[in-house]
Design a protein around this ligand. Structure first.
Ligand code: NIG
Ligand code: FE
Length: 407
């Protein structure tokens, strides 16, 4: 397959083309030449190799496929009753302490088969693809026992083999909540020493929930180091409700990402910047929980690369829409539209080790040699992408050169 997609605006997100006046590296009247699964060439239409079959998209914008770098999209059941309680004044952490929250989703996972879990995830990823998403990180973490975590990771692996869905990046969320009756020290030790190596073939990253009602810095460090020893990347949930030292740990370990960060000190923001750790910002979760935004200005000033993700989960981010997170990142977190677009494309991919020096793959940017992941949007300008409030207008969504979504 060899075809060129031409449009009035081709938004490359190529760091080599970015300038202060054009941070997204846009070609007006540009074209992208796709050969099989890869991008072969990007440039002005006038310079297009003349034998390339041309598909012209009038009035459209072409961007890299969107990358959702933080989701809990493999789940079962429904938390609608709990949501109603919370909206009536019930407290998220109190409900979790009394056996709801993550534990309630664990019970739903326990009564779902592997096939049911895979079907649910497949359907969600299909809907995400139609919103313009071509790569999704998916965490386990609702199983909480070795058997159920494995069931989740196997469901994620089954779905990941389907090339008509977004590229899946699986993460073993080794520490999410302590199951009822478990001995804390034994649970953490088993996760680090036994489960991280055992599930290394089913995951690309490990994660832990570092929080006042979840796990502490020493516990997360054990899992992070075990992950690194098993050849995995490390991402951590930190500072969602309180700063218990998670961001500082991310900087110390040089993790790929520090996620949430509603509570982080300016000192720790500077450490994250120096460590090259990405901040994965999750505005849907803040919005749902009524939390104040992270200190975006401090993170920006510290040079921390900013990623925006959906956090798609049944409790704190009941959405599948990365476009909704995009809209909220601009409206409630004060990110610029260009920062946000980079945070759901190239910078998100880099946080997943899918772009940049040493990366296994190149995604999130329209550059020669990268995977042919792109979206043709029915929009007059790329900055209009932050406006449609969660309903993106994707005409054509392509992953690895194959159309996986169409309006
Ligand atoms: O990222 N913070 C922990 N985990 C999820 C929420 C999990 C849940 O409530 O189901 C989050 O917000
Ligand atoms: Fe999360």
């Amino acid at each position: 397959m060899r075809e060129a997609h031409a449009a009035p605006r081709v938004v490359t997100c190529d760091p080599l083309r970015a300038t202060p006046g054009d941070p997204l590296g846009v070609f007006e009247n540009g074209a992208v030449l796709v050969e099989d699964a890869r991008i072969a060439w990007v440039g002005p239409q006038a310079d297009l190799p003349h034998d390339a079959p041309l598909i012209f998209h009038p009035g459209a914008v072409v961007t890299p496929g969107l990358v959702d770098a933080h989701t809990h999209a493999c789940w079962a059941g429904s938390r609608h009753a709990e949501y109603a309680l919370r909206m009536g004044g019930g407290d998220y952490e109190a409900i979790a302490r009394s056996g709801g929250g993550i534990l309630s989703t664990q019970r739903a996972i326990a009564s779902a088969t592997l096939a049911e879990l895979a079907d649910g995830l497949r359907a969600r990823l299909g809907r995400m693809a139609r919103l313009g998403v071509t790569c999704v990180e998916v965490k386990s973490g609702y199983g909480l026992t070795p058997e159920l975590e494995e069931r989740q990771l196997l469901a994620i692996a089954l779905v990941a083999s389907d090339l008509t869905l977004p590229r899946v990046v699986p993460t073993f969320l080794a520490l999410h909540a302590l199951p009822p009756g478990a001995d804390r020290n034994a649970y953490v030790e088993r996760a680090a020493k036994e489960l991280v190596p055992r599930f290394a073939g089913l995951s690309e990253f490990v994660d832990a929930y570092v929080e006042r009602d979840a796990f502490g810095v020493e516990e997360a460090r054990a899992v992070g180091l075990a992950g690194r020893a098993a050849g995995l990347g490390v991402r951590l949930h930190v500072g969602q409700f309180a700063d218990v030292g998670g961001a500082e740990l991310c900087a110390e370990l040089g993790t790929a990402s520090a996620d949430h960060l509603e509570h982080v000190s300016p000192e720790d923001a500077a450490k994250l910047g120096a460590a090259g750790t990405h901040a994965v910002l999750l505005p849907v979760a803040s919005f749902t929980l009524g939390h104040a935004p992270p200190p975006v200005a401090a993170l920006r000033a510290a040079g921390v690369p900013l990623v925006v993700a959906s956090d798609s989960n049944p409790g704190t981010a009941p959405t599948e829409s990365l476009p909704l997170a995009i809209a909220l990142a601009v409206r409630t977190y004060g990110l610029t539209p260009a920062e946000t677009l980079l945070g759901v494309t190239r910078v998100a991919a880099a946080s997943l080790h899918l772009f940049g020096p040493g990366a296994r793959e190149a995604r999130g940017a329209l550059v020669a040699g990268a995977s042919a992941d792109l979206v043709v949007w029915d929009l007059p300008h790329e900055l209009a992408l932050v406006q449609p409030w969660g309903v993106a207008r994707a005409r054509v969504v392509m992953r690895d050169g194959r159309v996986i979504g169409r309006d």
